[in-house]
Write a protein that binds this ligand. Structure first.
Ligand SMILES: Nc1ncnc2c1ncn2[C@@H]1O[C@H](COP(=O)(O)OP(=O)(O)O)[C@@H](O)[C@H]1O
Ligand SMILES: [Mg+2]
Length: 251
């Protein structure tokens, strides 16, 4: 299988001294679904920020290593260009514009991919509402009034509206009821299958992520401590205790 994204020997520094990643190598196959796991502070979000060009806004930088997307070195590419190439990053924290409606939040994604004609736009809405019917019912509601699960759906839906080819989602399940978290992962799985886009999720809920991803990487203190096919990782019952600080939800 060809790689969509290939990270090799990636080291990231914040400021002059804080080394958040130390030699991380990760591959996301074209059309693949990969999970990045690990305890708090392991470097998961940093990895996504390095890929999507957001590090520079936090005084972070790639000190060593390469990030290759479909054969091109993208490590120095600004995030708006990465978005145009289809690399979309749903940041941790369900970031939505609270005073804008659901539809307006989706429209805002057009800044990421450039404007589209009305026919295409109608199709984009239909697609988002097909995967997230809960959002259709709330299309004219202000995003700030949505439930946590709906806001997460909107954050993902907005990325989908921008026509992603590599979709990265940071902590989709954080703070959500188990049923809602499971629904969101099932939807991500369906999107991955139907649209054949590549997905990289960051998760602390190991079993939920590995149920849907085909491959997982476990980060520990900025390094890859384990990786393998999801089933193999799930079979290792020591995984959560050893790498995930015991506090992680493994149900
Ligand atoms: N903006 C930042 N400035 C300085 N250090 C940071 C910043 N963001 C993260 N870090 C540090 O980098 C390490 C990895 O953080 P992060 O990637 O957020 O971990 P995770 O997402 O796995 O919880 C942690 O030690 C964290 O304190
Ligand atoms: Mg994080």
């Amino acid at each position: 299988m060809t790689a969509a994204l290939e990270i090799s020997g990636l080291s990231v520094l914040y400021g002059q001294a804080i080394e958040a990643l130390d030699g991380v190598s990760i591959t996301v196959p074209e059309g693949g679904f990969v999970a990045l796991l690990g305890a708090n502070g392991a470097g998961k979000s940093t990895t996504l920020k390095a890929i999507s060009g957001l590090l520079r806004f936090e005084n972070g930088r790639v000190a060593r290593g390469t990030i290759t997307y479909r054969g091109d070195d993208v490590a120095a590419m600004p995030s708006y260009q990465l978005a145009r190439r289809g690399i979309l990053h749903v940041r941790e924290g369900r970031f939505v514009f609270p005073t804008m409606t659901v539809e307006e939040n989706l429209e805002a994604a057009l800044f990421a991919r450039g404007s589209r004609g009305p026919a295409l736009r109608r199709r984009d809405y239909d697609e988002v509402f097909h995967y997230f019917p809960a959002l259709k019912a709330r299309a004219k509601s202000q995003a700030g009034y949505l439930s946590g699960g709906e806001q997460q759906m909107l954050a993902i839906g907005r990325a989908l509206f921008a026509q992603p080819e590599l979709l990265m989602v940071d902590e989709a399940s954080l703070g959500l009821a188990p049923k809602i978290a499971a629904d969101i992962f099932s939807i991500l799985h369906a999107i991955n299958r139907d649209r054949r886009l590549s997905i990289l999720v960051v998760e602390q809920n190991v079993t939920l992520a590995l149920r849907h991803a085909s491959h997982g990487y476990v980060l520990e203190n900025g390094r890859v401590a384990a990786d393998g096919p999801s089933q193999k990782l799930l079979d290792r019952d020591t995984l959560s205790r050893r790498y995930l600080g015991g506090g992680a939800d493994v149900h």
